[in-house]
Design a protein around this ligand. Structure first.
Ligand SMILES: *Cc1c(COP(=O)(O)O)cnc(C)c1O
Length: 443
């Protein structure tokens, strides 16, 4: 048996192409619809908010897309990332299962998100764009895009969900460091924000509202495009570098996973790990059990409907076919800001709907319990989002123990929790609550 705990891939073996799953899906994706006419969006219409080169990727039916040299150069600041066997965690769980994780916490902002922020900034720059507008929940995406924009000399305007702006001041500091402008949302900067504040001056915001603000900003500035950190096809594709590296590393280690796990907010980090393996399942080559893990407080895959819905709250974005809790859903204030989105990526939704991927929802307190055990045994403190993947990993490892089967479990470690320590404090002081989903009325 291979005894290495850490499998590293050399810089020269960094993947040179992204994997696009679209041509391999059993059922093709349904097109985005225009918010007013409800007709399929034309490329010209999409280019009101996104640059043409990224929209080509969004609809591409090419299985492999080259990663530009310049993008590889920036990504290789922290990539390839290590694949690590969590031996001490396994021992603590007394499981016969092997547990491996792909560590995405070593990037400049500390998560998987710059894997797409960097190419997005690059392609916008190439298209002649000067400024990007975006939203951020916990601040992970905003800090990743701020880093990428700084690198390519683009301006960056971030609308940050107000509750996180107040709870997570250090993410804001990080965005300032990379010279982004950060505005708590809802704000007075946009029509949308002003209307919401008029009705409810205390409104703490949501990702859906912040998206509406960023899109309105984009439509009012000719040099600006909008950038989204998850959900869209091209975003998921940029993240496949995670799974492509992992496949090489598993080959080096001589192991084959049985179960592949990741947390899902919009679905991008999990897609990044899972889709290159899903390719083998779709081709009938290999079988894996895929588990997408979401919070019970925001359970779009396990409790949502599979239908067309807007990506934002106001209804300014194209409609996309996805699992959704409804665009007016505002998730309770759980500490996993990155998992509080009402919808789910169309690609992940498609795979779950086709029965190729399973979804599970986890409660907040048992999720932190798993994260604490991981941090104590492995020494790495997970982001609260990542903790959901760890909870599911623990459950599978305990099942393997009960059934006395030596399974191989692989999960994506989407980001570190060094700026989320207040959430751990809340857990230790007993202040955390478990939330079950309560459907909200469409307004
Ligand atoms: C943003 C974020 C997530 C959730 O987003 P996905 O698009 O589902 O990956 C998960 N983990 C971390 C650390 C994040 O920053």
């Amino acid at each position: 048996m291979h005894s290495e705990n850490v499998i590293t891939l050399s810089k020269k073996n960094i993947p040179k192409r992204w994997y696009n799953i679209q041509p391999d899906l059993r059922k093709p994706l349904e097109p985005p619809l225009h918010p007013a006419t409800r007709q399929p969006m034309t490329p010209k219409e999409m280019e009101m908010i996104f640059p043409g080169n990224l929209m080509e990727q969004e609809a591409s039916q090419e299985r492999w897309i080259d990663i530009p040299e310049d993008v590889l150069d920036v990504l290789s600041m922290w990539r390839p990332t290590p694949l690590i066997r969590a031996r001490k965690f396994e021992e603590a769980l007394e499981t016969p299962a092997q547990i491996w994780y792909k560590y995405e916490g070593g990037s400049p902002p500390g998560s998987h998100k710059p894997n797409t922020a960097v190419p997005q900034a690059y392609f916008n720059k190439k298209a002649g764009i000067k400024r990007l507008a975006t939203e951020t929940g916990a601040g992970q995406w905003g800090s990743a895009l701020a880093f990428a924009c700084y690198h390519y000399g683009l301006k960056c305007q971030v609308y940050m969900v107000k509750v996180s702006y107040q709870q997570k001041p250090y993410r804001k500091s990080m965005m300032h460091l990379w010279q982004a402008e950060v505005t708590p949302s809802p704000s007075n900067k946009t029509e949308v924000g002003r209307k919401i504040l008029e009705k409810d001056p205390e409104c703490l915001g949501s990702l859906g509202i912040a998206i509406s603000e960023a899109i309105e900003d984009t439509l009012h500035h000719p040099d600006t495009k909008y950038s989204l950190g998850s959900v869209l096809n091209h975003v998921l594709m940029h993240q496949t570098i995670i799974g492509l590296e992992t496949k090489e590393q598993l080959k080096m280690a001589g192991v084959k996973p049985d179960i592949i796990i990741g947390c899902v907010g919009g679905g991008s980090n999990y897609a990044g790990l899972a889709l290159p393996f899903m390719a083998d399942k779709l081709a009938g080559k290999d079988d894996y059990k895929f588990i997408a893990v979401e919070p019970t407080a925001c359970p779009s895959l396990t409790r949502g409907e599979y239908r067309y819905d807007f990506g934002d709250t106001v209804g300014m974005t194209p409609l996309i076919k996805m699992y959704t809790l409804g665009r007016n859903f505002i998730a309770p204030p759980i500490h996993s800001g990155g998992l509080r989105y009402h919808g789910m990526a169309p690609i992940i939704s498609n795979l779950v709907n086709e029965g190729l991927m399973e979804a599970q929802a986890k409660l907040q307190i048992p999720t932190f319990e798993a994260a604490v055990l991981f941090a104590r045994t492995e020494g790495i403190i997970p982001a609260p989002e990542t903790a959901h993947a760890i909870r599911a990993t623990v459950d599978e490892a305990l099942k393997a123990k009960k059934e006395n089967t030596p399974r191989v479990i692989l999960f994506n470690f989407s980001g570190h929790g060094l700026l989320d320590l207040s959430a751990y404090d809340a857990y230790f002081s007993g202040e955390l609550k478990d939330y079950e989903y309560v459907p909200q009325k469409e307004g």
